[in-house]
Design a protein around this ligand. Structure first.
Ligand SMILES: [Zn+2]
Length: 255
């Protein structure tokens, strides 16, 4: 069977609004635990958001100052389009609101967005370059990520969030120069997986360029591989074993 013939289990299950909200929050708490496990946290920086299924202009996010490694479903807060916390009693990181509210507004097709100051992502971001298709996995980002070629301090105003959303365009990821990575997806699972694999892709290109001159995959095959490993469903599916393992290891994330 050719790789393109592989059928993934469906990511689409019929759920009520309440079930879908809980599902998104569970995937979100799991994604935070994984980001913590992989060391993507840097102090209080970083946020992953999930659009509310009932109120599409509101999103669930981590409370400011809570460790990724301790995140539980009950910790997540709901923020409206004005930056007001409407569910939960913890504050929201202003940068999370400034960036994610605008990314969610610019991309009604996505449910989730992930951003953190992970080591290899921010190292790569300092070079101000797009990633090259030098491995099979890197092809997930082939012609499907952008560079936000600007840095003017911590993103605290929604105008800059708008510009980030514009730079992202219809792609799955954007490299924020001198800052780090941001990924989006039609599911929390997908956005989290793109972040995890993009961080590793940055690490791999840094390693390969430190050792020599990496060979780029030909455009024809990079494009083919992108269609195999870079689809919404492939992103969702890749996250499933990680989620299952983190729930088995840290069942309290579902509290
Ligand atoms: Zn940041």
């Amino acid at each position: 069977m050719a790789a393109t013939d592989v059928t993934f289990p469906s990511a689409r299950i019929e759920r009520t609004i309440e079930e879908e909200r809980l599902h998104r929050k569970q995937q979100l708490a799991g994604a935070f635990r994984l980001f913590g496990k992989f060391g993507f946290d840097e102090g209080v920086a970083g946020h992953i958001t999930a659009r509310d299924p009932e109120h599409p202009d509101m999103f669930w996010v981590n409370p400011f100052g809570r460790s990724f490694k301790q995140m539980r479903v009950s910790d997540l807060i709901l923020v409206n389009h004005e930056g007001t916390v409407v569910d939960g009693d913890a504050p929201v990181n202003q940068a999370a609101f400034a960036i994610h509210s605008q990314v969610h507004a610019a991309r009604p097709d996505v449910v989730a967005a992930a951003h953190s100051h992970s080591i290899y992502g921010k190292s790569w971001s300092a070079l101000g370059r797009l990633l090259d298709p030098i491995t099979q996995d890197a092809c997930a980002f082939y012609e499907d990520h952008a560079l936000f070629d600007d840095f003017t301090g911590v993103v605290l105003d929604t105008e800059e969030g708008k510009r980030i959303g514009y730079a992202l365009g219809d792609r799955k990821a954007v490299i924020l120069r001198n800052h780090g990575l941001l990924t989006v997806g039609k599911t929390v699972d997908e956005a989290a997986w793109w972040f995890i694999t993009m961080e590793r892709t940055c690490e791999v290109q840094l390693l390969a360029e430190a050792a020599g001159t990496p060979i780029r995959i030909d455009p024809e095959y990079a494009e083919l591989t992108a269609s195999q490993v870079g689809s919404n469903l492939a992103g969702w599916f890749s996250f499933q074993p990680l989620y299952d393992k983190i729930v088995a290891d840290c069942p309290d994330l579902l509290d």
